[in-house]
Design a protein around this ligand. Structure first.
Ligand code: CP
Length: 303
């Protein structure tokens, strides 16, 4: 794999290899990417993805250069994405890029001489490294790969991480997905068609209570204000699916709550001490998964 644009590029074997490497990095640092440079190119806000890629690179002995959206880059002067990538790929050995336009990662990959890692493209694109860390969390916390019921809740239409997770679940056996959302934010048809082709059972409901006793994983999402441009619609959707302590306490034993974060009220703070809550642990898993990914893309010897 030269570029990581969409999660379907992985198969079970490559995921297993990546996750084995990720586990070996827990609490570890090495110098195996010494001399390598990662460009963190973020045209949209980010805390976790940007800083965890940076931290992962530094923990492997590499260096990071960064560029953000706003007035500090030549995007403000009208430079095209393609021209920016042709330039930045001469400064760095890999580029982790987040961009507001769906399809931008593929455009960047088409002109880049170094690996492009899609760190989130558009509201109906993908966020493949988020899906990898979500899957790592699920497999590690549940202790199995197949036969898992995942309920994906809230904003499914305008949420690239939910789209990427759905795609990656299609690689496994006896999986089932329940999409819990309002009709306005229902999962898009391209994902549903993919799941059908890959024999993943999926259903839709507007009632979160129907999955609390059956789901092994509740994947909560944020109603993203930046992607729902209509304020009236945002206010209508916000607060519709909230996991509070009472909801968490109704889940079946051993089930987990995950969330890509940030959360904006859709999981209340009192859930943080629930045995089902693993969304902050998930952040730590994200760091070692990104270390493994950078190591896989950039090579170098493990020291
Ligand atoms: N989960 C995620 O992508 O978070 P950030 O937007 O903070 O990177």
């Amino acid at each position: 794999m030269k570029h990581l644009v969409e999660i379907q590029q992985f198969d079970r074997a490559s995921i297993q290899k990546l996750f084995k490497l990720a586990s070996s990095y827990e609490g570890q640092r090495d110098e195996s990417l010494k001399g390598k440079i990662l460009a963190a190119l973020f045209y949209e806000p980010s805390t976790r993805t940007r800083l965890s890629f940076s931290s992962a690179m530094l923990r492997l002995g590499g260096s990071v250069i960064t560029m953000e959206s706003g007035g500090t880059s030549s995007q403000a002067k009208g430079e095209t994405l393609e021209d920016s990538i042709k330039v930045i790929s001469q400064y760095a050995d890999a580029i982790a890029m987040r961009h507001q336009e769906t399809g931008s990662a593929a455009r960047a990959a088409a002109v880049s001489s170094v690996p492009i890692v899609n760190a989130g493209d558009g509201n109906m694109g993908q966020h493949p490294t988020q899906a990898l860390l979500d899957l790592y969390t699920i497999q590690r916390e549940l202790g199995r790969e197949d036969g898992i019921h995942v309920a994906i809740v809230g904003n499914l239409r305008y949420y690239r991480a939910a789209r990427s997770l759905s795609y990656i679940l299609g690689k496994y056996k006896d999986m089932s997905i329940t999409f819990v959302s309002s009709p306005e934010l229902a999962m898009a048809d391209d994902v549903k068609a993919y799941l059908k082709r890959h024999r993943v059972k999926w259903t839709e409901t507007q009632d979160m209570n129907t999955v609390l006793q059956s789901a092994d994983v509740i994947y909560q999402t944020r109603i993203a204000k930046e992607w729902i441009k209509n304020d009236e619609e945002y206010e209508k959707q916000r607060g519709r699916y909230v996991i509070d302590r009472e909801v968490a306490d109704s889940m079946k034993d051993g089930a987990i709550i995950i969330h890509p974060l940030p959360r904006i009220g859709e999981i209340t703070d009192d859930v943080d001490t629930s045995p089902h809550a693993v969304y902050f642990k998930q952040v730590g898993y994200g760091l070692i998964v990104r270390m493994a990914l950078l190591k896989t893309l950039l090579g170098g010897k493990k020291s």
